[in-house]
Design a protein around this ligand. Structure first.
Ligand code: PHE
Length: 319
């Protein structure tokens, strides 16, 4: 009895307890053996003997079933401990990206011009030489048509070198007044710290009656103030583009940089109007074009344009 009690008390698992149950209470268990021994007991003592063996059996049964209860609770507790999850531990965070600095400036530029009544128009990146050059009054001999500056597919097809052809396409398909900006990818054979072979431009075109340089300057200084902050000054310097006359380079004054050229602009050349069937006596307009990447570099003070295309997440996430 003492042995049984000790064994039952020291048991650590339900399986062990089952072994002990078999050892004592099984068909060939130790209690059964005691029962069988009853034949060897003298008839007078048999009754007492039987009673005590039965009592022993019940006691062991009780001990075992009590232990079984305890073990059940204990094992459940252990299982819960194993399964416990700390729901307050921060999860494995999935990295999310964000808008590329160039795309952000692209969108900001669109917003600024849309707020001034311009419509955003896009066009094909593969252009023919007529839309990309001829219609824009850019004759064969112009350096922009040089093989070295452009990516040609054939004599007549190339990757557009600016988004000005979108202005031609728009003028051909509509009647004035027109106020559009055309953002998009453009391609030139250039590659260094300030030039990429693929970059982004936003060009604008306004055509109406009696448009003058004052309208152009007002529009661009509005743009500069909205992009670089109130009080930002611009200046126009005379320049040359085949498709505008007069033409200007436009500088913006930026703290820490001084005067910086940010765009080209001018009054639409009468030859361009003739090419799209507009009467230059009736219609006048201005056009301008600038690099979105360049504006992004100035705004975010990025010195090497190649950073914009490396896609180094550490660089990009700082904008
Ligand atoms: N198309 C010119 C360029 O890509 C920019 C420009 C547009 C200049 C409109 C004047 C007027 O360099």
């Amino acid at each position: 009895m003492k042995e049984a009690r000790e064994k039952i008390e020291s048991v650590k698992s339900t399986e062990e307890l089952n072994e002990i149950r078999v050892e004592f209470l099984g068909k060939k268990g130790r209690v059964s053996l005691l029962m069988k021994k009853i034949k060897e007991i003298s008839p007078e003592e048999r009754k007492e003997y039987g009673k005590s063996v039965n009592k022993l059996k019940r006691t062991i049964e009780d001990l075992i079933s009590k232990k079984a209860e305890e073990l059940k609770i204990l094992e459940k507790k252990k299982m819960f401990e194993r399964m416990w999850v700390d729901v307050t531990i921060p999860g494995a965070r999935r990295k999310t990206g964000h808008e590329h600095p160039v795309m952000r400036i692209w969108r900001e530029m669109e917003d600024i011009f849309v707020s001034m009544g311009y419509e955003v128009v896009e066009g094909p990146e593969i252009e023919d030489t007529w839309h990309n050059f001829d219609a824009l009054n850019t004759p064969e001999w112009h350096p922009a048509r040089d093989e070295h500056d452009s990516f040609y597919f054939s004599d007549e097809l190339l990757l557009r070198t600016h988004t000005s052809p979108v202005q031609i396409r728009t003028m051909l398909s509509r009647k004035p007044p027109i106020a559009i900006v055309s953002p998009g990818k453009v391609y030139r054979r250039d590659y260094d710290a300030t030039h990429l072979p693929v970059f982004h431009q936003l060009e604008g075109l306004y055509v109406d009656r009696k448009v003058n340089v004052g309208h152009l300057k007002f529009t661009l200084s509005e743009f500069a103030r909205k992009m670089f902050g109130e009080g930002t000054e611009i200046r126009l310097r005379p320049s040359f583009f085949p498709f505008t006359e007069p033409s200007f380079e436009v500088d913006v004054y930026l703290e820490g940089y001084g005067w910086l050229e940010i765009l080209g602009a001018g009054m639409v050349d009468p030859e361009v109007f003739k090419n799209v069937g507009y009467d230059p006596e009736e219609w006048s307009g201005f056009a301008f074009g600038m690099g979105i990447d360049r504006i992004a570099m100035l705004k975010y003070r990025i010195t090497d344009i190649r950073e914009l295309v490396k896609n180094d997440a550490r660089f990009l996430s700082s904008y």
